[in-house]
Write a protein that binds this ligand. Structure first.
Ligand code: 3AM
Length: 177
């Protein structure tokens, strides 16, 4: 199964992000149910490995914390704009949690993540959207801010590739004290 570790977004944050969707010709918006904040992409894992991952994640101790949305931006791949995202206000507890997850997974043999952690929620795939339209959208939404919401757990998700969109399934929640 294909796995990743993420924060399942609390409803007020999900609703706020859902309201941003629209008015950008060609954008493929993330369905509301799929909105999440990835902490660590894992990839394919067999049953035995999935159990080891679950075991390692279960041993992580951390406290709940609060998060707020902050700004929007674009990622590029091979010089081409590919995704539109909402940013997350700088958060030490979030960085600490991500660090603990990374350490735990590397300890059981997963290759280290080389990309620097950039907390974000992917809003849309935009590889076919015209650059000027993207720039206008970003300008209009760059001041995005939200109320802080409480994060009480993180989640191991499985991901099934669908025809149009992947289907994410929460496999295990790990409570933060
Ligand atoms: O949270 P975002 O949307 O940035 O793009 C995938 C998504 O990221 C990413 O993992 C998240 C949950 O699916 N992803 C998919 N395949 C990947 C890969 N091979 C990947 N990240 C790194 N390497």
């Amino acid at each position: 199964m294909r796995l990743f570790v993420a924060l399942d977004l609390p409803d007020p944050m999900r609703e706020r992000l859902t309201r941003l969707a629209g008015s950008l010709a060609g954008a493929r918006w993330t369905p509301p149910a799929n909105l999440h904040l990835t902490l660590r992409f894992i990839g394919e894992a067999d049953r035995v490995m999935a159990e080891e991952i679950d075991h390692a994640l279960s041993a992580i101790r951390g406290r709940g914390f609060k998060l707020a949305l902050c700004g929007t931006g674009l990622f590029t791949r091979s010089g081409k704009t590919c995704s539109l995202w909402a940013g997350i206000e700088a958060s030490e507890p979030l960085e600490r949690l991500q660090g603990k997850i990374e350490t735990a997974l590397v300890r059981i043999g997963l290759p280290p993540e080389r990309k620097r952690f950039k907390p974000h929620v992917t809003l849309a795939r935009v590889d076919t959207v015209a650059e000027p339209a993207l720039a206008t959208w970003i300008q209009a939404h760059n001041l995005l801010r939200s109320e802080s919401v409480a994060i009480t757990h993180f989640t191991l998700f499985s991901s099934l590739r669908g025809k149009e969109q992947a289907v994410y399934h929460p496999e295990v929640d790990y409570e933060l004290g």
